[in-house]
Design a protein around this ligand. Structure first.
Ligand code: IMP
Length: 231
């Protein structure tokens, strides 16, 4: 007999005739079972409340995952036999950092910096404020700065200058996305994911007014989604 159990995200899943999960599903434990939903279509309805705000999906969850895996493999190859400290730029990079680190098959340490460059706007102000500094010294360490998106490059430029003064053994950047033609300052990105058009995007850690970070894809918002928030 078939049953239609509800998974945590509300999507039903077929059981086999014997009432078991299909092979690839059974390996998941009950808590992580929701992960099997990731390969399903576009996950546009991942957060139903946000669905009406989405204009278009620029990068699908599947494309992101494939790229993050590729970046993780490159980093694994390049840092063989060396210590590596991943520094995530909060808040946006927390999703990328979690996924990327699980594709780096090396001993890792983690630290985070929180900076603010946009506030509740969709254009960079050029003024970078450090809201949270690193917890540890980085002198003599191999540091890989993990950024979600590079737009004008001002944030990254500021962070790199700041971190260089602390004398790390090496300092490189891994950025999931770069906006085409927007650089105001040159920044050297060693591990690069996607180039995207110069539009404001949300999802996969990126927010507008602190929302949409938990979307598994990168999307633009309809103009109505900004109404009442941008003056
Ligand atoms: P930049 O200093 O102009 O390169 O901006 C970098 C920072 O601004 C990123 O770390 C993001 O936090 C934020 N940012 C840039 N573009 C976007 C976007 O399209 N959506 C959301 N946040 C963005």
């Amino acid at each position: 007999m078939f049953e239609w159990p509800e998974l945590p995200l509300g999507l039903p899943v077929f059981l086999t005739e014997r009432g078991e999960f299909p092979m690839d599903v059974r390996v998941a434990d009950p808590i992580s079972r929701s992960r099997i939903e990731a390969p399903l279509p576009t996950l546009l309805a991942h957060v139903p409340d946000h669905e009406s705000d989405i204009e278009k999906i620029l990068v699908s969850g599947e494309e992101i995952q494939a790229t993050v895996r590729r970046l993780g493999e490159e980093i694994t190859r390049d840092y063989q036999g060396q210590d590596l400290l991943l520094v995530g730029v909060l808040k946006g990079a927390f999703v990328m950092m979690a996924d990327l680190s699980r594709h780096i098959r090396l001993p890792l340490e983690f630290d985070f910096m929180a900076v603010s460059s946009y506030g509740a706007a969709t254009k960079t102000s050029g003024v970078v404020r450090i809201l949270k500094d690193l917890d540890h010294e980085i002198e003599g360490r191999n540091v890989l700065l993990v950024e979600d998106i590079v737009d004008s490059g001002l944030t990254l430029n500021y962070l790199l200058k700041n971190l260089r003064t602390r004398r790390p053994a090496s300092l490189e950047v891994c950025a999931l996305m770069e906006k085409q033609g927007m650089a105001q300052v040159p920044v050297s990105i060693k591990y690069r994911g996607f180039e995207i058009p110069p539009e404001f995007v949300v999802g996969y850690g990126l927010d507008f007014n602190e929302r949409y970070r938990n979307l598994p894809y990168i999307a633009t918002l309809k103009p109505e989604a900004y109404e009442g928030i941008l003056g």
